[in-house]
Each structure stands twice: as C-alpha cells, then as structure tokens.
Design a protein. Structure first.
Length: 268
C-alpha cells in the first residue's frame, strides 16, 4: 500500500483496515509513504518491482501528474488499484469519493448553519481530486446564491504551517469569510491557531468544515463539522478489487467504485 502521508487520519485508518483485512486473506501488507514526493514514489515503485510483490493499492503524491512509473507495474504483471487520489490517464480500477458532491454538501450544511461567505483552502488544481472539489465549491456557492469567492490552492504536502500562512493571506482581504473549509485537519489547526492568537474574537462565530477532522478543532472554534470519508468501506472495496485482480491476472475489467462522504458534527 502506497500513501502520500501517514499523518492524515484518512490514510492512517485506511492502511490499518487494509492491513487487517489482507492478513485475514493470507497476505502481509508492506506500507510505503511517498511523503508527497514524486521522486520517492518512483523509487517505491521500483522497489516493489524488485521485490515482486503480489499487488499494489496506492494514492499518488501531490507532485504526481505523469504516471508512467505506475504503468511499469503492469509490465511485471503486478496488478494495481488506485484510491482517493486518482488520475484518469491511468486506466485502472479505483475507489474514490464523489468529491464535487462532497463539497456541495459541506457548503449546504454550512449554509444551513447560517453561513454564506465561505472560503476554501485546498490542494493544487493540477490534482484531479482537488480540481473536482474546487468545482463543487463554486457550484455549492452558486446553489446558496452566495457571491463570495475565495479559494486558496496549495502545492505540496499539507502542514500546520501552510494552514497558518493561508489564513494570514485570507485575513488581509477587506471582506472576511464567515466560514472556512479545509482539505486537511492540519491546515485547519494551523489556520485556527493563527486566528486564536491574532484575531481571537473572530473564532467565536466562525464556521469550520474539515476533511480528516480532529476533535481538537472544537477547542479553536465552536461551530465545527467534519467531512468524514468512509475509510472502512473504501479500504474493503480497494482490497476486494485487488484480490480479484490477483486471482484473475488475465482479466482487464476496469471498475470504479464511488462513495459519498458523511458530514458530521465535531465533538470532543
């Protein structure tokens, strides 16, 4: 299993579930972390080929736009299944989230809580997943008839420091948002920590939505919701696809399994 980083709750939970289920099916899982580096990801793929592993489940790095290194696995008859971050140019079975609908649902929930000026801190639009979410962000604002637009896109790994820097830039604008959506709880923690220190009163009524939410976010702002990805179902589906590919090496069926995220209240 190749993941971009193990610090995100979604990836760590996904890995844990796949490891347990694979063991029950007679497989030992090797875990690789690309740390959002294309160079490291390529080296991982080469290592997998050298070790002649049975199959690969992966989510690509922030730097990955060209995926020919994954095609090398096919040359060595090592089946692959993509999850979460996928690219259409790699025509392989995948397990994904309906990202556009997810962002629209998050905005609808924030709107129902009384918010309309919603800013979004996201990843690079060169990555399909973030491009879909950004499309959902715009569409969601249109649905609630909000003219406010402020989408900050970040390259590279999501960190607390980047959350700090992104909100600092957002708060320089004359028109401030009344709610924020983050693509990672690390970004949310960094942003809210900055606001608590520099604009403490604004967090009293600020709406917060975050992927991979951490219950500690409620210590920074009262009105926080979590965009919860169904990691158990996604892990089960990805492993099922891979085991099928291992058992049927000549089959060339491509299957895309799509899930919905759940919007839940964030409570300690």
């Amino acid at each position: 299993v190749i993941v971009p980083n193990i610090h995100h709750n979604f990836f760590s939970n996904f890995v844990s579930i796949v490891t347990r289920l694979a063991f029950e099916s007679g497989f030992i899982v090797a875990i690789f972390q690309s740390e959002e580096s294309l160079v490291q990801e390529i080296e991982i793929v080469n290592s997998i080929i050298q070790q002649n592993l049975a199959g690969v489940i992966f989510s690509h790095s922030m730097e990955t736009e060209e995926v020919s290194h994954f095609n090398k696995l096919e040359q060595y008859k090592i089946p692959i299944v993509c999850f979460d971050r996928v690219t259409k140019s790699l025509n392989k079975s995948a397990v994904v989230l309906n990202n556009e609908i997810t962002l629209k649902n998050a905005i609808e929930r924030l709107s129902a809580m009384g918010y309309s000026k919603i800013a979004y801190v996201s990843g690079a639009s060169s990555i399909q997943l973030f491009r879909e979410r950004q499309k959902g962000y715009i569409s969601g604002l249109e649905d609630i008839n909000s003219s406010f637009r402020n989408c900050v896109t970040l390259s590279g790994a999501f960190t607390i420091q980047k959350g700090h820097e992104s909100i600092k830039e957002i708060w320089k604008n004359d028109e401030k948002p009344d709610a924020l959506i983050f693509d990672s709880h690390l970004l949310a923690i960094g942003a809210l920590n900055y606001l608590k220190k520099n604009h403490p009163k604004c967090t009293d009524n600020l709406g917060i939505a975050s992927f991979g939410g951490d219950p500690c976010l409620s210590l920074y702002a009262d009105n926080t919701i979590i965009i919860k990805q169904p990691e158990k179902q996604m892990a089960e589906a990805a492993l099922k696809l891979l085991l099928s590919a291992i058992d049927n090496p000549t089959a060339d069926k491509v299957e895309i399994i799509e899930f919905q995220a759940e919007i839940v209240d964030n409570k300690l």
